[in-house]
Ligand binder design. Structure first.
Ligand code: FAD
Length: 309
């Protein structure tokens, strides 16, 4: 068995999601190769080569891949796919957009969002917004898999000494091309990588009121998150949304403020190690999964908590 992992990076550094995906591959077993695609990715390739358990790094380095579309990434994967029993990517925007193209072209059924490896062909994945876990077996010759990063502790970033092999970059007929990107700038940690997340819901009442959570988050060195109701009401940008249709997080500490704890919100945060809920209504479902609950008015509790910190 040989496993190919599609690395996630920003052309300068390897993202932690790649390390979580390597951890899943280690549980499958076999040789682990990592494909690094981009422009000027020599540093990223070195970082990938140093990851424990990786035996080979394939680089696809070309200016045309600087802001690679899913079509372009899929074309590179397909050029080497025949050598692999498993093709894995993190279940991030990149993996979710790219691997279905690969699976379709290989005429196999993708296994999405796995949280556990039972064996080389059998995997556990959440269904119905995480209410149930399905154990699925793939009979396909090539297993195309996206990995829920919160399901696997990151592989060690050091300790490996893989070989690095440059590959021929495939030209892509452009049905889509990169035009521009707008990056939200923030000094706070990235939501999916943060060890503490402070999330606010409709209970905050307005965008201005959300500032009290920013003060708390900054005291804790935490990322900010939000419920969909808070995003839909325009309190914060939609890249902060946690949940079934937002981001999946599993930090050491998740503080839910003015969030009722609807099943779709829980789908994105219930695997957090410690959950703290601040809500004025003790009957809300968030208290059923909270390790610590504070029943009270958030506009009194949050400033007190911030001051105490
Ligand atoms: P509410 O449910 O309105 O809760 C507000 C809470 O604030 C209440 O518990 C209230 O007691 C409390 N509160 C009010 N004032 C105060 C105060 N002064 N002090 C303390 N507490 C106070 N939701 C997500 O979050 N993420 C998703 O990804 C997501 N995806 C969805 C996908 C689908 C297909 C569907 C149908 C829904 C989805 N939802 C998602 C929406 C979800 O069902 C809920 O509507 C949403 O999570 C509710 O957000 P909320 O808890 O902020 O608001």
């Amino acid at each position: 068995m040989t496993i190919l992992i599609i690395a996630e990076h920003d052309n300068g550094s390897l993202r932690k999601s790649t390390l979580n995906t390597v951890a899943a591959a280690q549980q499958i077993g076999g040789d682990i190769h990592v494909a690094v695609m981009g422009s000027g990715v020599a540093d990223v390739a070195q970082q990938a080569a140093a990851v424990a358990g990786v035996s080979k790094v394939l680089t696809f380095d070309d200016a045309a891949l600087a802001q690679a579309t899913s079509e372009a990434i899929a074309a590179q994967i397909l050029s080497v796919a025949a050598a692999y029993s498993h093709i894995l990517a993190p279940a991030t925007s990149m993996g979710k957009s790219t691997l279905p193209r690969v699976a379709a072209r290989l005429d196999v059924a993708q296994v999405s969002d796995i949280v556990k490896v039972e064996s080389a062909d059998t995997f556990v994945r959440p269904i119905y917004a995480g209410s149930l876990l399905a154990t699925v077996q793939s009979m396909d010759a090539v297993k195309v898999i996206t990995v829920r990063t919160t399901g696997f502790d990151a592989a060690a970033a050091t300790g490996g000494s893989a070989t690095i092999e440059p590959q021929t970059v495939q030209a892509v007929a452009h049905s889509a091309r990169f035009v521009s990107s707008e990056m939200a700038k923030s000094d706070r940690p990235e939501l999916t990588a943060a060890s503490i997340v402070v999330s606010g819901g409709r209970g905050l009442g307005s965008a201005e009121n959300f500032h009290i959570l920013e003060t708390l988050a900054d005291k804790l060195g935490a990322a900010l998150g939000a419920s969909r109701a808070a995003v839909d009401a325009g309190y914060v940008a939609n890249d902060l949304q946690v949940g079934q249709t937002g981001k999946i997080v599993a930090p050491q500490l998740y503080i839910a403020v003015g969030i009722s704890g609807a099943i779709q919100h829980q789908a994105g945060m219930k695997d957090s190690k410690v959950i703290v809920a601040i809500n004025k209504n003790p009957d809300e479902p968030i208290f059923q999964i909270a390790d610590y609950g504070i029943v009270g008015d958030l506009f009194e509790v949050v400033p007190q908590l911030t001051a105490a910190l």
